[in-house]
Each structure stands twice: as structure tokens, then as C-alpha cells.
Design a protein around this ligand. Structure first.
Ligand SMILES: [Zn+2]
Length: 92
């Protein structure tokens, strides 16, 4: 559970505040997929760190692509949780 989620559960307006900083990427298999804006900041940080360090554009793009691949792996992992929970009727 992220700190943002914990804070929003405490405040009682779970959906509204938790989703404020999320960008909806779409809906896959009936599950909404969101991207937190801090992930985009992380991509920008990685890219600018390469630029500041004098790295090539290709090296910067490689790092950003690598981070996006990690995001995809985490997304697939979380889909595993969600689909198993749905299968076991654990969503209620
Ligand atoms: Zn897990």
C-alpha cells in the first residue's frame, strides 16, 4: 500500500484523493489501469541525469526504456494478483 493510499483511506474519500495524481491508461480485462504522475517524474529524472552526465541520447533512451520495461513487469505482476483475487471471489 502506498502512503498516498493509506492517507486517502484515513480521510475517508478513498477514490477521489487517491486517484488525483493518477493518469488513467485504460481498462484491461475489466480492471482500470492508472499511472501515478511520479513515475513520469522518475522517467524525466533518469533522462535528465543522463543529459547532465554527458551521456548520449541513445544511452538515455535505453535507461528510460529499461524503466518502462520494469513498469510493465510490475503491471503484469499486479494483474496476477487482481485476476487471482477475482477468480477466488476475494474482491468483496
Ligand atoms: Zn505481489
Amino acid at each position: 500500500m502506498t502512503p498516498n493510499t493509506a492517507a486517502s483511506i484515513r480521510s475517508g474519500n478513498n477514490n477521489e484523493s487517491a486517484l488525483k495524481w493518477n493518469l488513467k491508461l485504460g481498462r484491461i480485462l475489466g480492471i482500470d489501469v492508472y499511472l501515478h504522475v511520479t513515475f513520469l517524474l522518475l522517467l524525466g529524472l533518469i533522462a535528465s541525469a543522463h543529459a547532465v552526465a554527458g551521456g548520449s541520447l541513445a544511452a538515455g533512451l535505453n535507461s528510460v526504456t529499461f524503466l518502462a520495461a520494469i513498469f510493465l513487469c510490475v503491471l503484469l505482476h499486479e494483474f496476477g494478483h487482481a485476476l487471482i483475487a477475482r477468480r477466488l471471489n476475494a474482491c468483496r
